[in-house]
Design a protein around this ligand. Structure first.
Ligand code: OSB
Ligand code: MG
Length: 372
């Protein structure tokens, strides 16, 4: 496969309701999309970075810059020098840029889409999926008040979600969790702190053991593996890392040190879907369950996440919610919940079609074309 050009598209999509976390509140998704133009056809990739560097160090404008100035030129050079520009060979090109995993993941995904589409193969089959549908959970933001939270959660329970995840932070934890547990009965429940706590909060967090949670996600800052080990020893609720897990080596180490007994896998956070499969593999070989995280993706990113979540080690419901949990209108054909599950796309490539009319209508700046 030869890459002829790469297009950078920027769009904004309003969320159906604000999504508040310990790192701030989002009311819209500012998204970078990539289209690769190759000799065997086009491929699309979605960059999952947030508008601001608040979840991780990456942010959408920084991703656009590193793609424009480093990753895309390196790919175009390698391709014109005769390197077969596949997702696999992109690892060799990307290695010379340190970090910037979300930017790399977006480009790798576009290459993966182009090559699998051309080969008539689905993402699911390329990644090694073994299921035709995946169990879905929903991630619930910090609400303005408890009544608002309970109303939102009730709507998701009615929609059929198989697991509820509550965002927590100091001052918004034990009471909302207690009230939601009371509301939903035995339905699986978990919490996500997005690094809002410190090691001094271990005694406080232990009180969460009363609510029979599936897990507590990323209570401490991403580099602080030691405090996660200390918490894991102190509480019965399983500890799950999100932000900390940046590749398969880190995942294996965090598991082996007892910092995490469940892993949230996000392809963008680990540099792409191929590395995400390797994280799945190291966890599975250690008997550690994984689940697919989310970054408020459009249908494009969601299609790839649902394919990933269909791998055998993904034994817990993911943050792979239906399109209408995020957007009034999706960028692709919408994902619709069926009995608390989403069907895994079976068509070639991502299996979904990006609507060019919407990319144009929702554009926040003119597209840029690199190469050609
Ligand atoms: O920590 O899992 C997270 C969204 C944006 C950034 C980080 C996170 C999230 C979510 C939402 O929890 C997951 C989703 O529904 O896409
Ligand atoms: Mg998280």
């Amino acid at each position: 496969m030869r890459v002829e050009a790469v297009e950078l598209h920027r769009i904004s999509m309003p969320l159906v309701r604000p999504f508040a976390t310990s790192f701030g509140s989002q009311t819209a998704r500012d998204i970078l999309l990539l289209r690769v133009r190759t000799d065997v056809g086009d491929g699309w990739g979605e960059c999952v970075a947030m508008a601001d560097p608040v979840y991780s160090s990456e942010y959408v404008e920084g991703c656009a810059a590193v793609l424009r100035d480093y990753l895309v030129p390196a790919l175009l050079r390698a391709s014109s020098a005769g390197t077969d520009a596949t997702a696999d060979s992109f690892a060799g090109v990307a290695r010379f840029v340190v970090g910037h995993r979300m930017a790399k993941a977006a480009l790798e995904t576009a290459l993966l889409d182009a090559e699998t589409r051309a080969a008539g193969q689905s993402f699911a089959s390329r990644l090694g999926a073994t299921r035709e549908a995946v169990d879905c959970g929903v991630s619930v933001g910090i609400a303005p008040d408890l009544d608002g939270l309970l109303a939102e959660v009730s709507g998701y329970v009615e929609a059929g979600y198989r697991r509820i995840k509550l965002k927590i932070k100091p001052g918004w934890d034990l009471e909302p969790v207690a009230r939601v547990r009371e509301l939903i009965g035995e339905l699986p429940l978990q919490v996500d702190a997005n690094t809002a706590y410190s090691r001094d909060d271990i005694d406080h967090l232990r009180a969460l053991d009363a609510f029979d949670l599936l897990l507590i996600e990323q209570p401490f800052v991403e580099e602080d593996i030691a405090s996660h080990v200390a918490l894991s020893r102190a509480i019965a609720t399983p500890v799950c890392l999100d932000e900390s897990i940046t590749d398969a080596v880190v995942a294996a180490d965090a598991i082996d040190r007892g910092a995490t007994s469940v892993v949230n896998i996000k392809a963008g956070r680990v540099g792409g879907y191929l590395e995400a499969v390797r994280v799945h593999d190291v966890a599975r070989s250690r008997g550690v369950p994984v689940w697919c995280g989310g970054m408020l993706e459009t249908g494009l990113g969601r299609a790839a996440n649902v394919a990933l979540a269909a791998l055998p080690g993904f034994t817990l419901p993911g943050d792979t919610s239906a399109s209408d949990r995020y957007f009034a209108e999706d960028l692709t054909e919408p994902f619709v919940l069926v009995d608390g599950r989403l069907p895994v796309p079976t068509g070639a490539g991502s299996g979904v079609t990006v609507r060019d009319d919407l990319v144009a209508a929702w554009a926040t700046r003119p597209p840029e074309t690199l190469g050609a």
